[in-house]
Design a binder for this molecule. Structure first.
Ligand SMILES: [Zn+2]
Length: 135
């Protein structure tokens, strides 16, 4: 059964063409394809090219890469102070040495993933953030 042109209604000989007419993509015959912007059928199934433009909508669909916040030491200290804990107390509660807490808050030690998750859960803070939010 031949495909009918969605513009003029005539049966299309061979493969129909895809054309953008008034904002919609229609299957059209050869002559009607000239009325709109012809789209190559192959294009329509190709994956969209990834854009590196941060403002583009396609960027938001990508899984953001999470990285340790640059100001993690401040977030940890503020979280601890909010809970009214000293460095010793926090160390006891999360089973870390006070010296570790001191190093973290002094930004001389980057917590590993396990310690980071422990701090996040205990202090109800967020230490991982999408990498792009640092810029
Ligand atoms: Zn037509």
């Amino acid at each position: 059964m031949p495909v009918e042109c969605e513009v003029c209604g005539n049966p299309v000989a061979g493969a129909p063409r895809l054309a953008m007419i008034d904002g919609s993509i229609l299957q059209v015959c050869n002559s009607c394809s000239r009325l709109g912007t012809e789209l190559l059928q192959k294009r329509a199934v190709e994956r969209p090219i990834r854009s590196s433009n941060p403002g583009s909508p396609s960027q938001k669909l990508l899984e953001p890469e999470l990285e340790l916040r640059l100001d993690y030491h401040k977030v940890i200290r503020e979280g601890r102070e909010k809970m009214g804990l000293s460095q010793d107390q926090l160390g006891l509660r999360i089973a870390e040495k006070t010296s570790v807490i001191k190093l973290l808050e002094g930004r001389r030690l980057k917590p590993d993933i396990i310690l980071t998750r422990k701090l996040e859960r205990f202090l109800k803070i967020q230490l991982f953030a999408p990498a792009e939010s640092f810029e």
